[in-house]
Ligand binder design. Structure first.
Ligand code: FES
Ligand code: FES
Length: 876
C-alpha cells in the first residue's frame, strides 16, 4: 500500500493505493468518478476509461495508480459547465450515441482534440478517436457530433433539441444528455451502503470431471463474506431460456462442459479481495477429451456433451417441391461450401448484476435482454416465488443478443442471500468472452439452380452449426438460417436441412442477424456465381429473382404485405451502375430478416401508462433498451396517439407490473411493444378527449396488451403457413477504390415506417459497421475449447479510421401489423453486407471467397484491426 497525492477535477486527493491498482479503479471506487467506464481493463484498448492526465489523454485502466502521485487528472466531471452542456447537446443533437457506454470516452477525446485543433476535418477526427471503440454506431454520427461540437465551440448556434415529437420526428434519445456525460448509471456504477463485490471461478478445462471443490482457503481470507458453490443453491441449479441445460454452478461429480462454466463465486469487501479469494478455490479435475467439432459431435460414438440432451441440439428441415428434378432440369447450377466464423458480441459493457436484499427475497438490477426471464430463472434457482424476486432493467451498454442468456444474475443473487448484503458481480473482459454465447460458425453446403434467363429453380442446402456446450437459442438460430436460406428470392423448389450440434466450445446463441447473416453470405455468393454463368450482372440477377407480394417465401409463407425489397433494389440502382461505369469494383447484396420470433411462438407486447403527480406519465414496457433506441420511439408512439409531448412519457422497465413478454430479440420490440403502447395510449387519449387534464388522472393506469399468435411452426402441416409476422428487406452496395479498399457502402432498407429518422439511420450505420467486421476482420477462433484471445484489437471490431462512407437510404413499405406501419430494423442492417463485400472483392481481383472473415483480401488488409495473434496462454 502506498499513499499518493493527486488532483482530480480540481480537487486535491490523498489516496492509499494497493500495488497493481489501476488509476481507473482508484477514480471509480475512491473518487466517485463514473464517467470513466471499465470496458476492457487492463487492455487499454476501448477508450471507455479515458481521462486527461497532465494534459495528455490516456486510458486509465492501463495506468498504475501508484504512478500518479502529483498528477492532475481531468475527467468529464471536471470540465466546465458550459463545455459539458455543449458536448452533451452536440452528441444528442447529432444522434451520436446508442447504448452510450463508450460515449463519455469519445466526449472527453473530443474536448482534448478541439482544445488543440478547433477545426478538425472528418479524417482528423477519425484518427484522433482511434483509441476509442464503439460497437453500436459505426462512428458516422459520433464524427458528426464532434464536427457539430467544433462548430458550436467556434461560435455557431447549437440546434434546438425537440422536446415534443411523434412518429417521424428525430426525438432526442431518452436520457441522452446524462448518458453522454457519464451521469446516467450502468449497473457497475450503482453502489449501496455495505456493498460487496462478487467474482466467479471459471473452469480451466473445456471438458473434465469435477472430482472436488475446496473453498476453505477462500473462506478463510479476511474480507471474504460469502463463498457459494452448487451445494448452496436452494432451488433448481439448472436453467436456460428454452431448455434447462445450463447449471449456475457445476457440482462435484459432474462434468464441466466449456471454459465458461462457473464452479464457485465469492463476495468480499472489495474486488481485489474477492479475486484473491477466487484464486484460492481449488478444483480437482479429471481431464477428459473435449468434443470440439460439430460433425464429430453428431457422429456415432461421440461422448455426450450435455447430459440433458443428445448432441443434436436441433434439426430443422424445409422441403418444398422436387429439388433434385428441378436441379436436373436447370440450365445452370452451382455448388459451393461456405464457412462462417465464431463472432464475439463485444458489447462494451461487460456483464454485471447488482443484487440487494428485500424482505423475503432479492432485488436485481440487471442488464439482461429479458428481465422477466431473468426473474423466472433466478427465482427458480433460489427456490423463491417469482414475486419475491424484483427486477429492474438498467439500460445496458450493448447486448446484440449476447445478454439473452443468464450470465451472473443467479450467482449475484445467491451471494446476496448468503451474505445478506448487496452484492455487485461484474465480469472482466476475459471472463465475459469466455462466458456468454457467441455467433455460430456455420458450414453451409449449397447447390442452387436457375433457368437460362437466370430465374432461380431450386436451392438445396445443408448447414451445420457449432452450438457449443449449452442450448441457449442455438437450435432456433439454425432454424432461422434454414428459413432464410433462399434470401429474399423466389425459389420454387427447396430442400434445406440445418443442424445445431453441441460441442465443448463456448456456447453459441443469439447475435444480431440470428442465422440470417450466415445464410445470406452463402445465397448471395451463389447468386453471383449463377449470374456469371447466365451472363447477367449482379443487379440484374437480383432483379429477376426478388420476392414480391403474392410470392412464396423460403418457409412456404405466402407474402401478403410489406415486401419492400424491390424498392430497396431500385434505390441503389443508380449508384451501382454509376460506380461500374466509373470502372470501380462493385458488389451487391440483398437481404431479408424476420421481425418477430414467429414460427408458432405466441408473442406479446405489454404496456402500462401511469399518470404521475408531477405531470409526467410513466411508460412501463417489458422489452429491453440496449442502445437500439426503443424507449425513445415508445415515447414517440405515446405522443403520436395522445398529443402529449413525448418527453412527458418516462419509460421504465421493471417488475412493477406483470409485463413479461420475453426477450428483446428477433427485431420485434418496435413492432410488439409499439403496438402495446399505442393501445394503452388510446385509453389515455380517450380520457383527454373527454376534457380531463393529466392532473385529473393522477394514479390512473392505462393498459395495452397485444397478443399475436397466428404464426406457424417451421414445417407445420397447416393450410396457411405464416412463419413470421413481418419482414425487413434491404439491398446494400459495396464500392471499392483502386487499391481494393472499401470506399463506400450504400444501404437501402425497407423499415415499414421511419419512426425516428436519426435513430433509424444510426441503427443501419452501426449494423453496416458490424457487417463489415463480419465480412473482413472479426473472428474468435477457439483452440482446445478456449477462445484464442480476448483482446479487442485482435477480435477485429473496426475502428473509426477503418470505416468507409456509409450512405443510408430509408424506404417505407407500410407494415399493416406494425405500429403506424413500422417494423424492426435492429438486425437486418448487416444481413446483406458480407455478400455485397464478397461480390465487390471478386469484381476487384477475380477471387471468389467462401470463408469469413475474408482476411486475405485487400479490403481486410487495409484495416487497422483483426491481426489476430492469440493469447491463449494467459487463460491458464
Ligand atoms: S477500460 Fe481502459 S481502455 Fe478499455
Ligand atoms: S454507443 Fe458506442 S458502444 Fe454503444
Amino acid at each position: 500500500m502506498s499513499t499518493i497525492s493527486l488532483v482530480v477535477n480540481g480537487q486535491p486527493k490523498k489516496l492509499d493505493v494497493k500495488p497493481g491498482e489501476s488509476l481507473l479503479d482508484a477514480l471509480r471506487e475512491r473518487c466517485g468518478v463514473t464517467s470513466v467506464k471499465d470496458g476492457c481493463q487492463p487492455q487499454g484498448q476501448c477508450g471507455c476509461c479515458l481521462a486527461i492526465i497532465d494534459g495528455v489523454a490516456k486510458t486509465t485502466c492501463a495506468v498504475a495508480a501508484e504512478k500518479c502521485d502529483g498528477k492532475q487528472i481531468l475527467t468529464l466531471e471536471g470540465v466546465s459547465a458550459k463545455e459539458r452542456e455543449q458536448t452533451a447537446q452536440a452528441f444528442v443533437a447529432a444522434a451520436g450515441l446508442q447504448c452510450g457506454f463508450c460515449i463519455p470516452g469519445f466526449a472527453l477525446r473530443a474536448k482534448h482534440l478541439l482544445d488543440k485543433n478547433p477545426s478538425p476535418s472528418r479524417a482528423e477526427i477519425a484518427t484522433a478517436v482511434d483509441g476509442n471503440l464503439c460497437r453500436c454506431t459505426g462512428y458516422v454520427k459520433i464524427i458528426d457530433a464532434i464536427e457539430l461540437l467544433a462548430k458550436v465551440r467556434r461560435g455557431e448556434p447549437m440546434p434546438a433539441l425537440p422536446t415534443t415529437g411523434g412518429v417521424g420526428s428525430s426525438l432526442p434519445r431518452f436520457e441522452g444528455l446524462a448518458t453522454v456525460l457519464g451521469d446516467r448509471p450502468y449497473v457497475a456504477d450503482l453502489t449501496r451502503p455495505g456493498l460487496l463485490h462478487g467474482v466467479v471461478v471459471l473452469s480451466q478445462h473445456p471438458r473434465a470431471k469435477v472430482k472436488g471443490i475446496d473453498v476453505s482457503k477462500a473462506k478463510a481470507l479476511p474480507g471474504v463474506r460469502a463463498v457459494a458453490t452448487a451445494a448452496d443453491v436452494p432451488g433448481k441449479r439448472w436453467y436456460g431460456i428454452l431448455y434447462s441445460d445450463w447449471p449456475g454452478f457445476v457440482a462435484p461429480g459432474e462434468e464441466v462442459r466449456c471454459v465458461g462454466d462457473v464452479l464457485a463465486a465469492v463476495a468480499a469487501d472489495d474486488e481485489a479481495t474477492a479475486r484473491a479469494a477466487a484464486a484460492l478455490v481449488s478444483v480437482d479435475y479429471e481431464v477428459l477429451e473435449p468434443v470440439l467439432d460439430p460433425e464429430q459431435s453428431i457422429a456415432p460414438g461421440a461422448p455426450t456433451v450435455n447430459p440433458t440432451h443428445d448432441n443434436v441440439l436441433g434439426r430443422s428441415l424445409i422441403e418444398r417441391g422436387d429439388v433434385e428434378a428441378a436441379l436436373k432440369a436447370s440450365a445452370h447450377t452451382v455448388s459451393a461450401t461456405f464457412q462462417t466464423q465464431r463472432i464475439e458480441h463485444l458489447f462494451l459493457e461487460p456483464e454485471c448484476t447488482l443484487a440487494e436484499p428485500i424482505p423475503g427475497g432479492v432485488k436485481l438490477y440487471t442488464q439482461g435482454q429479458g428481465i422477466f426471464d431473468d426473474r423466472r430463472q433466478v427465482a427458480s434457482f433460489l427456490g423463491l416465488p417469482e414475486e419475491q424476486v424484483q427486477v429492474e432493467l438498467v439500460p445496458n451498454g450493448g447486448a446484440f443478443g449476447g445478454k439473452e442468456d443468464m450470465s451472473v444474475q443467479s450467482q449475484a443473487a445467491l451471494l446476496c442471500l448468503l451474505s445478506k448484503r448487496p452484492v455487485r458481480l461484474k465480469l472482466n473482459r476475459d471472463e465475459s468472452v469466455r462466458l456468454h454465447p457467441k455467433r455460430h460458425p456455420i458450414r453451409m453446403d449449397y447447390t442452387v439452380g436457375c433457368d437460362a434467363k437466370g430465374r432461380l429453380t431450386a436451392v438445396k442446402a445443408r448447414m451445420i452449426g457449432d452450438s457449443g456446450a449449452y442450448a441457449s437459442v442455438g437450435g432456433k438460430v439454425l432454424e432461422r438460417a434454414a428459413g432464410h436460406s433462399c434470401g429474399p428470392y423466389k425459389v420454387p423448389h427447396v430442400r434445406v436441412e440445418a443442424v445445431a450440434a453441441y460441442t465443448n466450445n463456448p456456447p453459441c446463441g443469439a447475435m444480431r442477424g440470428f442465422g440470417a447473416n450466415q445464410a445470406s453470405f452463402a445465397i448471395e455468393g451463389c447468386m453471383d456465381l449463377l449470374a456469371k454463368k447466365v451472363g447477367l450482372d449482379a443487379w440484374e440477377m437480383r432483379d429477376r429473382n426478388i420476392l414480391a407480394v403474392g410470392d412464396v417465401f423460403c418457409t412456404g409463407q405466402i407474402l401478403e404485405k410489406s415486401v419492400g425489397i424491390r424498392k430497396t433494389l431500385e434505390a441503389v440502382k443508380g449508384a451501382f451502375y454509376e460506380a461500374k461505369k466509373a470502372g470501380k469494383a462493385v458488389g451487391i447484396g440483398c437481404g431479408v430478416k424476420n421481425s418477430g420470433i414467429g414460427n408458432g411462438v405466441p408473442e406479446w407486447g405489454k404496456c402500462r401508462l401511469v399518470v404521475e403527480k408531477d405531470g409526467t406519465v410513466t411508460l412501463y414496457n417489458g422489452y429491453t433498451e440496449m442502445g437500439q433506441g426503443l424507449l425513445t420511439i415508445l415515447q414517440q408512439f405515446a405522443s403520436q396517439v395522445t398529443g402529449v409531448p413525448a418527453t412527458k412519457f418516462i419509460p421504465r422497465v421493471d417488475s412493477t407490473f406483470a409485463l413479461g413478454c420475453g426477450q428483446t430479440t428477433g427485431s420485434r420490440a418496435t413492432l410488439f411493444s409499439g403496438r402495446a403502447v399505442v393501445e394503452a395510449a388510446k385509453g389515455l387519449k380517450a380520457d383527454l378527449d373527454q376534457g380531463a387534464r393529466l392532473s385529473d388522472l393522477v394514479g390512473k393506469v392505462y393498459a395495452g396488451d397485444v397478443l399475436i399468435q397466428d404464426t406457424t411452426a417451421l414445417g407445420a402441416k397447416v393450410d396457411k403457413i405464416k412463419t413470421h409476422t413481418a419482414y425487413g428487406w434491404a439491398t446494400q452496395v459495396c464500392i471499392l477504390d483502386q487499391d481494393g479498399k472499401i470506399e463506400r457502402m450504400i444501404a437501402a432498407h425497407d423499415v415499414g415506417r421511419v419512426v425516428n429518422p436519426a435513430q433509424c439511420s444510426g441503427q443501419v450505420e452501426g449494423s453496416v459497421h458490424m457487417g463489415l467486421g463480419y465480412a473482413l476482420t472479426e473472428e474468435l477462433p477457439t483452440e482446445n475449447g478456449f477462445p484464442v484471445t480476448s483482446k479487442l484489437r485482435d477480435i477485429g471490431v473496426l475502428r473509426a479510421r477503418d470505416m468507409p462512407a456509409v450512405e443510408v437510404l430509408l424506404v417505407e413499405d407500410h407494415e399493416p401489423e406494425g405500429p403506424y406501419g413500422a417494423k424492426g430494423v435492429g438486425e437486418i442492417g448487416l444481413v446483406p453486407t458480407a455478400g455485397a463485400v464478397a461480390g465487390a472483392l471478386e469484381a476487384f481481383d477475380g477471387v471468389r471467397r467462401y470463408t469469413l472473415p475474408m482476411k486475405d483480401s485487400p479490403a481486410a488488409k487495409a484495416m487497422t484491426v483483426g491481426k489476430l495473434k492469440g493469447d491463449r496462454s494467459k487463460w491458464r
